[in-house]
Design a protein around this ligand. Structure first.
Ligand code: ZN
Length: 100
């Protein structure tokens, strides 16, 4: 029974990261180092984001400075990882390609 409880706790931890504050969240967030990646600078950047909370609530935000989001149902606050995975494409899409 204890082993199952420990296993459930470990599975919960592995499934959902949790940090005390933004600094600790930054330390544990995926940064895709040594891989192609982007890093969103949230300031001055309007984002439309679909959020899926741990409680099951799904909501949308349209905002700038989206460093943190708060669930309207349960009140949980999340740090938004600005690091994003970049997947190289063999074929360039015909539209919505932003040239750097
Ligand atoms: Zn929630």
């Amino acid at each position: 029974m204890v082993n199952k409880q420990v296993r459930d706790i470990v599975e919960e931890f592995m499934r959902y990261k949790k940090a005390k504050d933004w600094d600790e969240a930054f330390d544990i967030e995926e940064k895709y180092e040594d891989q192609p990646h982007g890093w969103i600078h949230w300031e001055g950047t309007d984002v439309c984001m679909e959020i899926n909370c741990k409680c099951g609530c799904q909501f949308y935000i349209n905002s700038s400075h989206a460093y943190h989001v708060k669930c309207p149902e349960c009140g949980r606050v999340y740090s938004c990882n600005g690091h994003i995975e970049l997947i190289e494409l063999e074929e360039e899409p015909l539209q919505n390609v932003i040239k750097g």
